[in-house]
Design a protein around this ligand. Structure first.
Ligand code: ADP
Ligand code: MG
Length: 276
């Protein structure tokens, strides 16, 4: 076990060892299929509307791509969903019943919304394996998990995640020695360890090589169907490779929504992307 974790465990003196996966966060009611509802969300910065009556719905198990030029409001939208920014108006619901505008950032994370920022944030001084172990143990929803040695289920879960993010052969390497792309995959793996119900990824292939981008596309495709995901990017070519349904943001509102082919032919979208 990781020595830091072991010290915390000794210091706590608590011997309880409940089974992993004892989730204490609120249940998300997806009985109407949707996992996220944004309606008429407005965010103003000194009178400038970064989001202007933004309305969109994400279905459970959907992989939605949200594209839009720089400044369209994509990151601000993620900030609203995760509680980092409070909207000036509108409603944001997680499932049918959880009002995101009434929760703190920590409560939203605890409810099951995981977010990956553009820049990877891994524990550089720890190995790949330890990063996944820590991500699982830091999960506030799993009571007292810091106390327990890894059980067989937890080890299996780490092994499966290592396979998924294609880092099995590098499990013992310090995270600080990974390439940029490998760090991004590790961070996605760390989010997965916490079993989020909705995963938000902001520009996941920014700064990656072509080969890393191709492998990331493969990873996102593998995850889709099992996870509800929102992938935000400004690069139409990248989005075209993973997209099922696409929402185009422009000046804080939805400009167009639909399949990638229709979106790429939409004259309003062409103008926003090519007309300037
Ligand atoms: P995107 O992620 O689509 O590039 P952002 O959501 O980052 O766009 O930004 C949308 C608009 O809001 C931009 O014009 C940006 O300058 C502005 N903006 C974002 N955050 C702030 C802030 N904290 N203060 C003032 N303006 C902001
Ligand atoms: Mg952004």
């Amino acid at each position: 076990m990781n020595p830091i974790v072991a010290d915390e465990i000794r210091a706590s003196g608590d011997q309880a060892t409940p089974a992993y996966g004892h989730v204490v966060g609120p249940d998300v009611d997806i009985s109407h299929r949707a996992i996220l509802y944004l309606e008429d969300i407005t965010v103003s910065f000194d009178g400038f509307k970064a989001l202007n009556k933004l309305t969109l719905t994400i279905d459970s198990a959907e992989l939605r791509c949200i594209i839009g030029p720089n400044g369209a409001g994509k990151t601000t939208m993620m900030d609203v969903i995760t509680g980092k920014t409070r909207p000036d108006g509108g409603t944001a619901f997680f499932g049918q019943t959880i009002d995101l505008t009434a929760l703190t950032e920590a409560e939203i994370a605890h409810a099951g919304i995981g977010r990956k920022f553009q820049k990877p944030t891994v524990f550089e001084q720890h190995t790949v394996f330890e990063n996944l172990e820590l991500a699982m143990k830091i999960d506030k929803r799993v009571l007292h998990s810091l106390i327990a040695e890894l059980d067989a289920n937890q080890k299996d879960k780490i092994a499966m995640t290592l396979e998924l993010i294609q880092l099995t052969s590098l499990a013992g390497r310090l995270a600080g020695l990974l390439s940029h792309g490998q760090k991004q995959w590790l961070e996605i793996g760390m989010l997965l360890m916490q079993e989020p119900k909705l995963l938000l990824l902001d520009e996941p292939v920014a700064g990656m090589t072509d080969d890393e981008t191709a492998r990331t596309i493969e990873l996102l495709k593998t995850l889709s169907g099992k996870h509800s995901m929102v992938v935000v990017d400004h690069d139409m070519d990248f989005v075209a490779q993973i997209a099922n349904k696409v929402t185009v943001l422009h000046e804080g509102s939805v400009l167009a929504e639909g399949g990638m082919d229709a979106i790429q032919r939409d004259p309003r979208v062409i103008e926003v992307y090519l007309g300037r």
